[in-house]
Design a protein around this ligand. Structure first.
Ligand code: AMP
Ligand code: ZN
Ligand code: ZN
Length: 397
C-alpha cells in the first residue's frame, strides 16, 4: 500500500509543484537607487531599466524637502512628508532629547524607534494585514518601529555585495508560498556615492549606473527563471548637483560659530542658536544674503511643507543650487556633488520606473509621497492617512 502511495506521489508531485508555480502570486519589489537623478535614465547606459520603463511606466519623482536620503526614503514608504513622518533630516535634534543628535551614521540613535515612531512604514501595515514583507535594506527597516520589524530584514552594511543582495531576494522567492514575501525592498548606494565623490557628470557615476542596471537585469532574469511574477517600482530618493569650492557660503563670516549649533550644513543648513544666545543669530542670518535664503522654521514657504515638526531647527538656510553652506572647516571637501537643495531644483528630481503594475507611459513629475498609495494598492492593503493625494495610484487601470 505504502509503495502504491509513494508511486502515486512520485507521479503527481511534479504536477502539484507545477500547479503551485502557476498560481504564484506576484511579488511587489520596491527598489531604491540612492541619488539616481531622473535624467540619468536618458544617458543611454541603462538597457535593463530602459526596457522596464518602455514596457511599463516612467516619470520623475519630486523629493520632499530636505532632499536627503533618510527623510525621503521614509516619505516613500509612509506617504508622509518629513514634517509629518518625523525624519526631518539625516541629522536632527529633538527638543525632548536635547542631549543627543540623530545621525544616519550613528546606530545608537538611528536605530532607536523614538525617531521613527511618528509614522508607520508600509512593511508594518502590510504585516498587520497578513501580507508578508522582507527588506534587503531600506532606511528604518532595521528599527523596531511600533515594536515591529519586517519578518525578514538585514542590518544595513554597505559591504554586502550587489549580487548577494539580488540573490537574497531570489532565495526568498524560492521559499514555499506560506513564508514567501509578497513585498520586498532593495537598496543600492553606489550611484549616490559616486555622485558625491566625482560629481553627477563623471565617468564614475556612469560606471555605478551601469553596475546597478546590470544587477536589476540579474534580478528580472532570476525572477523569470523561477517563474515568479513581479511588479517592480524603481525609485530614487533625490538627484545630485555638481558643487565646487568656489561657491561656498561660510556661516562663520556671518555669526560667531560658538553661538550656533549647525545641525546640518551643505546644500541647506539647519541652524539652532546655542543656549543663551540673544537675537544676534537671528538678525545675522535672517537678513538677505547672496546665494542663500534663511527663514525661521515657521516662515518657510508653504510649498516646502516643512517647519511644523519640533525637530526642525529654528533657522533653515537653503543655498542657491550649486552653492554649499559651511560652518568653519567642512568635514567633507566641497567638491563633486551634493543634494539637499530646494525640491523645486530640477536637478533634485529622482528616478521613477514602474513595471508589471499596469501603469503605462510617461507619468510626468510626481511628489514622491505618492509612491506609498500606489505601493499599498499593489499590495492590496489599505493605506494609512498621510500627505499623499493618491494621484499616481488613481492612474492604475
Ligand atoms: P546621504 O548622506 O543623504 O547621501 O546618504 C546616503 C548614505 O546613506 C549612503 O551612502 C548609505 O551608506 C547610507 N545609508 C543608506 N541606508 C542606510 C541605512 N539603512 N542605515 C545607515 N545608513 C544608510
Ligand atoms: Zn540619498
Ligand atoms: Zn547622498
Amino acid at each position: 500500500m505504502n509503495r502504491v502511495l509513494s508511486l502515486l506521489l512520485a507521479l503527481f508531485l511534479p504536477f502539484a509543484a507545477q500547479a503551485q508555480e502557476d498560481t504564484r502570486k506576484p511579488v511587489t519589489i520596491l527598489i531604491s537607487i540612492d541619488g539616481f537623478r531622473a535624467d540619468y535614465l536618458d544617458r543611454g547606459i541603462t538597457p535593463h531599466l530602459s526596457r522596464l520603463a518602455a514596457e511599463g511606466a516612467h516619470g520623475k519623482l519630486r523629493p520632499s524637502f530636505p532632499t536627503k536620503t533618510f527623510p525621503n526614503h521614509y516619505a516613500m514608504v509612509t506617504g508622509k512628508r518629513p514634517d509629518t513622518n518625523g525624519i526631518v533630516g539625516n541629522n536632527m535634534i529633538d527638543p525632548r532629547r536635547p542631549d543627543v543628535t540623530f545621525s544616519l551614521g550613528d546606530p545608537k540613535q538611528s536605530l532607536d524607534p523614538f525617531w521613527w515612531d511618528e509614522a508607520e512604514p508600509a512593511w508594518i501595515t502590510a504585516d498587520k494585514a497578513g501580507v508578508r514583507s522582507a527588506t534587503m535594506f531600506w532606511p528604518g527597516s532595521e528599527v523596531a518601529i511600533h515594536e515591529k520589524r519586517p519578518p525578514d530584514w538585514l542590518r544595513y552594511d554597505r559591504h554586502v555585495g550587489y549580487a548577494q543582495r539580488v540573490n537574497t531576494i531570489l532565495d526568498w522567492m524560492r521559499r514555499p508560498s506560506d513564508i514567501r514575501p509578497a513585498f520586498v525592498t532593495l537598496y543600492f548606494e553606489a550611484v549616490d556615492d559616486a555622485g558625491h565623490r566625482f560629481g553627477p557628470d563623471s565617468a564614475e557615476v556612469n560606471a555605478a549606473i551601469t553596475e546597478v542596471d546590470k544587477r536589476i537585469g540579474d534580478l528580472t532574469a532570476g525572477l523569470a527563471a523561477i517563474g515568479q511574477p513581479a511588479r517592480l517600482l524603481v525609485v530614487a530618493d533625490h538627484g545630485m548637483r555638481a558643487i565646487d569650492e568656489s561657491r561656498v557660503i561660510q556661516l562663520a563670516d556671518l555669526v560667531d560659530l560658538p553661538s550656533i549649533i549647525a545641525v546640518e550644513t551643505g546644500p541647506y543648513a539647519a541652524v539652532e542658536p546655542a543656549a543663551g544666545t540673544d537675537n544676534r543669530v537671528y538678525d545675522a542670518l535672517l537678513k538677505p544674503h547672496d546665494h542663500m535664503n534663511c527663514n525661521r522654521r515657521e516662515e518657510l514657504p508653504e510649498r516646502l511643507h516643512y517647519g511644523r515638526n519640533p525637530r526642525v531647527a529654528a533657522i533653515i538656510c537653503i543655498a542657491e543650487p550649486g552653492w554649499s553652506i559651511i560652518a568653519g572647516t567642512p568635514s567633507w571637501p566641497v567638491k563633486g556633488g551634493a543634494h539637499g537643495y530646494d525640491n523645486q531644483d530640477p536637478q533634485m528630481l529622482a528616478l521613477f520606473v514602474a513595471s508589471g503594475t499596469g501603469l503605462k507611459g510617461d507619468v510626468g513629475t510626481i511628489d514622491n509621497i505618492e509612491v506609498y498609495p500606489l505601493l499599498m494598492l499593489l499590495l492590496g492593503v489599505a493605506p494609512l492617512p498621510g500627505d499623499a493625494t493618491g494621484e499616481l495610484a488613481k492612474r492604475l487601470p
